[in-house]
Ligand binder design. Structure first.
Ligand code: ADP
Ligand code: MG
Length: 319
């Protein structure tokens, strides 16, 4: 199967299923065309997933498609953006229908679920690698940045933390139990918190999605905002499954483990009630922003520190 036949057979149908009115021209020309409504700005981001590094070798193609698009859409959520479209850079060792069929079907379903139209891409032969560029839009001046946290702001997170990191231990489990399945679900099918991102517009002072662990990603907000935070470890939301399976290590997974794709955000206390009410996912205050730089953790045992953590591809974790 040639490159063009592959695109026609597998990716044209994905595009047709996910038409977004802002995409004026999709697959088939030299470029796609996206309309930007007056008063909106284009928000875009790119994620690359490499076989054996960002997902296990031999990872199921349907899971891969959904997880890749969810991870990409999560960046839009963290900016408070509306999803519009995405492009897919796909490097494949071979054009195998047994792999492409479930991949394209799951990609179409995820694209529909997240409201992202497939607008183009690039297809090459080589070691399995996916690069997704997502485009979204947000009213001019309302994007949620990492740099707006101020002393006195509350620090909050969505959902529960640590589940995806704990799930890594069960990826090869042939018959996972109910609680293991609950953790695995969070790893395989992260939910981009798009609705929460929209609820945070005009209310949150800073936001980030938790891809590398709470400490690392909150650290990025603190660094960009030039302030510090005091976090109460006892208030970090942990799932029943994580508590049951990880015991004392649960908090460590929540602090350091990546792949949760929940949002961490800061906001003035007066906005808390509105956010809590509008968020479709549970949100929880875990601490407060302070003027003095650095991250202080209260109510944590020895195991929870040191705080420097998070995944970095080249070298050691950042401070
Ligand atoms: P060009 O040579 O102009 O870069 P290509 O031959 O690479 O164009 O691709 C032809 C068309 O198919 C383009 O519109 C491109 O965006 C689209 N396309 C290529 N690969 C993919 C893919 N994996 N998913 C979606 N669209 C794709
Ligand atoms: Mg090309």
């Amino acid at each position: 199967m040639g490159e063009f036949e592959l695109i026609r057979q597998y990716f044209q149908p994905v595009a047709q299923r996910t038409l977004h009115p802002d995409v004026e021209l999709g697959i088939g020309d030299d470029c796609a065309i996206q309309r930007i409504e007056p008063g909106q700005v284009l928000v875009f981001s790119m994620d690359t997933l490499v076989d054996g590094i960002h997902f296990p070798s031999g990872y199921a193609p349907d899971r891969l498609a959904r997880r890749a698009l969810a991870v990409a859409a999560s960046d839009l959520a963290a900016m408070g953006a509306e999803p519009v479209c995405f492009t897919l850079g796909l490097t494949l060792p071979e054009a195998n229908p047994d792999w492409l069929d479930p991949f394209a079907a799951a990609l179409a379903q995820a694209a529909e679920d997240f409201g992202l139209s497939l607008a183009g891409g690039d297809t090459t032969r080589g070691p399995l690698t996916l690069t997704l560029q997502v485009h979204g839009s947000v009213p001019d001046g309302q994007a949620l940045l990492r740099s707006g946290a101020r002393p006195g702001d509350l620090v909050a997170v969505s959902g529960t933390l640590g589940d995806a990191a704990a799930a890594l231990g069960y990826l090869n489990e042939s018959a996972p139990g109910e609680q293991q399945q609950a953790l695995l679900q969070k790893y395989h099918q992260p939910e981009p918190r798009l609705d929460l991102g929209w609820a945070l517009r005009g209310r949150a002072s800073a936001a980030i999605d938790i891809s590398d662990g709470l400490m690392a990603d909150l650290g990025h907000i603190l660094q960009a905002s030039g302030c510090g935070a005091v976090i109460d470890a006892a208030r970090i939301p942990l799932s029943p499954a994580l508590n049951a399976l990880a015991g004392e290590r649960a908090i460590s997974h929540a602090l350091r483990g990546g792949d949760d794709y929940e949002l961490c955000f800061t906001l003035p206390a007066r906005h808390w009630d509105a956010v809590k009410q509008k968020s479709p996912v549970p949100v929880q205050v875990i601490g407060e922003i302070v003027a003095e730089p650095g991250l202080t953790l209260t109510n944590a045992d020895q195991d929870a520190s040191p705080l420097r953590s998070g995944y970095e591809h080249f070298g050691v974790a950042n401070d």
